[in-house]
Design a protein around this ligand. Structure first.
Ligand code: NAI
Length: 297
């Protein structure tokens, strides 16, 4: 590993690139822009990145009109968010990957980022369920890859898991831990075990609720209402729609596989059908509930 000087993040000088402008990437970029970092947001789909930036700008405009932020603050933030394509990614101190949850696609991206940065950058993955160790093992500098797991919506959720794979250098994990604190979030160091901490603990919230509905013990609306009335911010079905039914399903499937078929983590057929039907939640306009149709691509 190269020296540790380059692990110090200075908002004035450091450049951060977030790759993937979907549900999570757009939110993570927003967090860094507000924390003072020049942030490049990139997606394989130009339409997706354009849409993410437009939605973000509209929200800033509304917040400025309501007096939640000043007009000059909004203008400053807008200047700090830059967009790029995978071909025009800049050299950055930190790359945060928030692309599709497919190991080989992520590994290929990290290989390219490593080449681009000449082994000098930290590579962070926002994966929910893939082993950080496995994502790193094809790299020349596996010690520079670390898990940096934000929760949805990234701007509002304070917790960020910092995950060390087998090869992650302790200074890399520590510098990401410090950075998370510096941007006003709450980091927690976790080991590279299936589901890390939060997704493992949270699994029964989804799997038991899905079983209740499959067994016709209660409707999904009843389950959501009941849990919301007991203090949960969102019932499991509303939450799965926010997370992405497909993303949530792939996390459960991954845990089930990585715990060698442990019945506690068995994925639901009801959820599998939703995924197969393309009913992925808010982002597709239909999930367990119906939403306003998303803008056409
Ligand atoms: P998403 O499906 O909303 O967005 C993924 C984006 O990645 C898409 O816009 C796609 O065009 C882009 N993409 C795919 N391959 C690419 C490539 N090679 N280069 C550049 N862009 C590429 O997915 P979402 O929900 O934002 O998830 C992203 C990552 O974050 C996944 O690893 C997921 O497990 C994780 N995550 C998701 C959470 C959620 O609530 N949705 C919560 C925490 C983590």
């Amino acid at each position: 590993m190269t020296g540790t000087d380059d692990l110090h993040f200075d908002p004035k000088r450091s450049r951060i690139a977030v790759i993937g402008a979907g549900t999570m990437g757009a939110g993570i970029a927003d967090v860094f822009v507000r924390a003072g970092y020049t942030t490049h947001l990139c997606d394989a789909s130009q339409t997706t990145v354009d849409r993410a930036v437009e939605t973000w700008k509209t929200r800033l405009k509304k917040d400025a009109e309501k007096g939640k932020i000043s007009a000059s603050q909004a203008a400053e933030w807008k200047d700090r968010l830059l967009t790029c394509t995978p071909d025009t990614l800049p050299v950055a101190q930190l790359y945060i990957e928030a692309i599709v949850e497919l190991p080989d696609v992520k590994q290929q991206l990290f290989g390219r980022l490593e080449e681009l940065a000449g082994g000098n950058a930290i590579l962070a993955t926002n994966t929910s369920s893939l082993p950080v160790t496995a994502l790193a093992h094809t790299l020349r500098h596996p010690d520079r890859l670390v898990g940096m797991h934000f929760f949805n919506p990234a701007l509002l959720m304070p917790l960020v898991e910092v995950i060390s794979g087998e090869a992650t250098h302790p200074d890399v994990a520590q510098s990401i831990f410090n950075l998370v604190q510096q941007i006003g979030k709450c980091p927690v160091m976790v080991r590279d075990e299936p589901g890390f901490l939060v997704n493992r603990v949270a699994r029964p919230y989804y799997t038991e609720s899905l079983l209740l509905v499959e067994e016709q013990t209660a409707s999904l609306e009843q389950v959501d209402r009941l849990l919301e009335s007991r203090g949960f911010r969102m019932g499991p079905f509303r939450l799965m729609d926010l997370i992405g039914v497909d993303v949530n399903f792939s996390v459960t499937s991954s845990l089930h596989e990585r715990f060698y078929g442990e019945p506690r983590f068995r994925p639901s057929r009801l959820q599998a059908r939703k995924v197969a039907a393309g009913q992925h939640g808010r982002k597709t306009g239909v999930g367990f509930y119906r939403y306003d149709p998303p803008p056409s691509p």
